[in-house]
Design a protein around this ligand. Sequence first.
Ligand code: GLN
Ligand code: ZN
Length: 764
Amino acid sequence: MVLSSVLGFPRIGAHRELKKVTESYWSGKATVEELFKVGKEIRAHNWKLQKESGVDIIASNDFSFYDQVLDLSLLLNVIPERYSKYNLPAIDTLFAMGRGLQRPATESTSAVDVPALEMVKWFDSNYHYVRPTFSHSTEFKLNGQKPVDEYLEAKELGVETRPVLLGPVSYLFLGKADKDSLDLDLLSLLPKLVPVYADLLKKLADAGAKNVQIDEPVLVLDLPESYKAAYKSTYETLSKSGLQIILATYFGDVRPNLDAIKGLPVAGFHYDFVRVPEQFGEVSDALTAEQVLSAGVVDGRNIWKTDLNKAVDFIEAAKQKLGEDRVIVATSSSLLHTPVDLENEKKLDAEIKDWFSFATQKLSEVVVIAKAVTSGRDSVSAELETNAKSISARAHSKITNDPAVRSRLAAVTESDSSRKAPFAERLEAQKSLNLPLFPTTTIGSFPQTKEIRVYRNKFTKGEITPEEYEKFIEKEIDEVVKFQEEIGLDVLVHGEPERNDMVQYFGEQLKGFAFTQNGWVQSYGSRYVRPPIIVGDVSRPHPMTVKESKYAQSITKKPMKGMLTGPVTILRWSFPRDDISLKDQSLQLALALRDEVNDLEAAGVKVIQVDEPAIREGLPLRAGAEREAYAQWAPLSFRLATSGVDNDTQIHSHFCYSDLDPVHIKALDADVVSIEFSKKDDNKYIQEFSDYPNHIGLGLFDIHSPRVPPQEEFEARINEILKVYPKENLWINPDCGLKTRKWDETKKQLTNMVNAAKVYRAKF
Ligand code: GLN
Ligand code: ZN
């Protein structure tokens, strides 16, 4: 019999119950009992739902109040002293490590003031985990027994589960040394770590567990030999627990590291065949005669219905090769990355809704596939037929195939993606902008006040007319422009008061996108996002930003900067299509944005910024052909969007959040780039972008902080930068947009920044 398996289920609750209760707890409105109660209800609901759907192998320990990697750090006692010293209850230590904690002393407790641990992206997803932070004094030991407790909790409800744990090699690889222990070799901790895992597995076995899923996702990365070599001894030890271990990888190709895990004494392996179906041959050849293959064929990272017939074919082939008792049908990864339930979408167009499958719907998919292979397709003929109909409807829909978009893309030539002249010539032409030395500017948004949100809500609900809303937006623009003129900024912005979000705002106006009401996905802690969905060929039916930018330019003599989100960033922060390549989606977006860039230029906006903060995170996980291709098409998309303008129109771009590779930025050929920089307090980083040939602004203050750096601090920083960059190339700007700041902070920050620029301008 072919079993069905789900590697993990979203823990946020169908109506964001987890967010509501954790935020109430943080603000002191909910008690710890209420917090735990909601957690327990969500777990119970998820387990029962999976059981009732007929899933055979259900995960436990996939729940977390903040992050599963952070849970593991707490469990293994990887708690830096700056947190443990307060002796807080475990749940508060967890939250303090995840988000920092600042609170005054009370009669019974001392004051606490500690920042959060570093948070990083989970592989190439939009989920962020809290980075395990090790030091010389780290002492592994079991702190509580969350996985055992949750296993027993499920058992009590009549649900036998397979606990899931992040494996020790991945856990170390994904961590870092604390600042007081920078010379620490993380891998040297493994011999002390593995016995604690072994102890935990033994406790699980004692509690009655038969199986465990151990995730080793770093196997899809380029791993150093030392880490590869660590698998053998680690799993020889862990296999002695008596538990059946399924070693799981996802999000990529394991083949380059297959040697490291081939022949390990585990019960079987899980692989992601949605991302990399081609690895089937090699990874199945590498199994011993007893080992099972958990085949991830239902996408844990996207919202599309699985093509069930195709998946059944795939599993059939696996069954032919291995025998039916050695094949498990599974989700490709945990379903954490998908929204909870499509049934909560009441406003989606029926045609489009029929193409989607959220976490709840994916449960039935694994079950149907397993049944089709076990009992024959006839046993689920109705399900397969309905599925085939929607797969075919999507493939033939007018929404997915827009001939006008396709032929336009096919007609794109080399010259469409390069500016009319090289930078030096453009620079001459752009002298018409009359910019001084050290031009000052901002990244786009100004504070999004409560008033702005109130007006936007009223407008969305139809409580005020479009004219009233437009008047309000114009008044906001007036104020922002007036302020910028007063303090003497050189290139102004309109402040983006009309935008809810830098991707959604564009998605809502482009053809080819769909939006959910309730399609929340955890990004980190209690922050969830609702990514737009690219459902079809993308085009721009009408201008999206011209009205506001044109108005803003009309009320000032200074150059006004038009503001757009770039093609790669829109793509990265949406659920992409799975029926055409990412490259083609990116290029379609680029053409739509090109129309907007050209219209802005025609409307008299001569400085246009196209933001690409997500360009780094789109980089494929492994070095090789795919990554090289990305390094081509990502900048190509940007250039396609921005190269329709004349030489005297100045193109800017902006990047934040990431360890950028200067090479990718160069390939954009933007006239000016601004880069988040203020948190790189070490002067050695100033070198990093020094060979950027065009103009550049290294962010001079942290827009996430209310702190106002004094003018002298700005001057000192400019002085350091000038040691490396020619003065003619340098722009003066903040790290990023100011939307999360308050007006009084923003005013002081920008005033000091502009005054520092003036000092330097006077010097030369
Ligand atoms: N123009 C955007 C803003 O200022 C850029 C935001 C971003 O880079 N994340 O808000
Ligand atoms: Zn930014």
